[in-house]
Design a protein around this ligand. Sequence first.
Ligand code: ADE
Length: 226
Amino acid sequence: MKIDILSAVPDLLSGPFDHSILQRARERGLLNVNVIDLRQYGLGKHKQIDDYQYGGGAGMVMMAEPLFNAIAELKGETAYDEIIYFTPDGEKLTQSVANRLSLCRNLLCICGHYKGIDQRIRDHMVTMEISIGDYVLSGGELAAAVLVDSVGRLIPGVLNDETSALFDSFQDNILAPPVYTRPADFNGWKVPEILLSGNDGAIEQWREEEAIRRTKSRRPDLLDKA
Ligand code: ADE
């Protein structure tokens, strides 16, 4: 999968994809992330990319023309499955959205700043709008990093144990059960006996019960969807 990210602050994205699982995905050629500097499409000698908003009001708006030129050029090189704009009023990024996007070949992500981008780009070029939660970020870059992480780990072959993403929290709208590792007794805090029993069937049942108990107490809203 290729994910292109158009950003006015590309430095914000130098780093998050260079470690751990995403780094491995890139090394294996399963994920290719490119950050493109919007400023290179800026207008005039100051490479302007934002301007005052019509109708007055505080805050700058990212101009249509630099975004249009950048997106048009990128679309000329790549057939995108989705052109995604990050915004608090977009569709909530859930595991099911991440699952769906992990099946795409090429994504273009557009990161807004200031008051956002000129609505005409949203109307005519963007195909999907995503929010990562009900709070306001100062730009779309961190949202793009969250999307790349949540989608990238779902690409077949990225996780070593192919089954492990299947047991993630939210995969069936059920949270993951608690996990433990050695030692079995740390400071007198003991690992549940059942996990040391070697009885696979009983362990599996315990995990299911714990997952449901945790979901009931922490996220009862998910159980309606499960
Ligand atoms: N840009 C600003 N806030 C955002 C949010 N919550 N999700 C996605 N993009 C954003």
